[in-house]
Write a protein that binds this ligand. Sequence first.
Ligand code: SIN
Ligand code: MN
Length: 210
Amino acid sequence: MEIAPGAFHLQHCLSLERQRAMADRCRELVDGAVPAYVPVVRGGGMMHVRMLCLGRHWNGKTYRYEPTRSDFDDLPAPPLPEEFRRLAGGIASSVGMSLDADLCILNYYDADGRMGLHQDKDESAASIAAGLPVVSVSLGDTARFLFGGLKRREPVEALPLESGDAFVFGGPARLRYHGVSRILPGTAPLELGMSGRFNLTFRQYDSSTQ
Ligand code: SIN
Ligand code: MN
């Protein structure tokens, strides 16, 4: 369903089997050799998620991408798994967009997790100018997702992102404000054996391959 030009909410995009495999992989990653952590951002506040970047690291202090986590432990960002990259490209093409993702921000929200309204604008200027989309995939508990306009003060729409949903925003919607106001605890499919929510946002920093 196109909720604004260039913005699509794809409900039940992933089968339960696919969700389970992906949630298992996310769990391994966030508790792996390069673990997820709670970033401290520019103003000194802590984010309300645990974050792990794959492919390229987003530095919460500089708002720039880098190969290693210089704001935390200097470890290199783990590679973006090939099957994740393929999934994101397939979701983008299902709505007529193209994405050759080279990074993913994997966030884990516990029952108190949230994310303030923001724009995703730290990818390369060429990628953003081309309107290459952000592809978001949600697993686990439902989130109350906020989707606004190109200015912070514009009205926001709230929509539930459930486990297995995808949300794509590219083209004219690429710089729309968005955030997560709350998590609905206990709403994850039982088959996933998880509480809380994983959200994966795939992006293409380097647009030279398009
Ligand atoms: C984000 O904007 O980076 C996360 C969005 C979400 O968790 O659905
Ligand atoms: Mn974002």
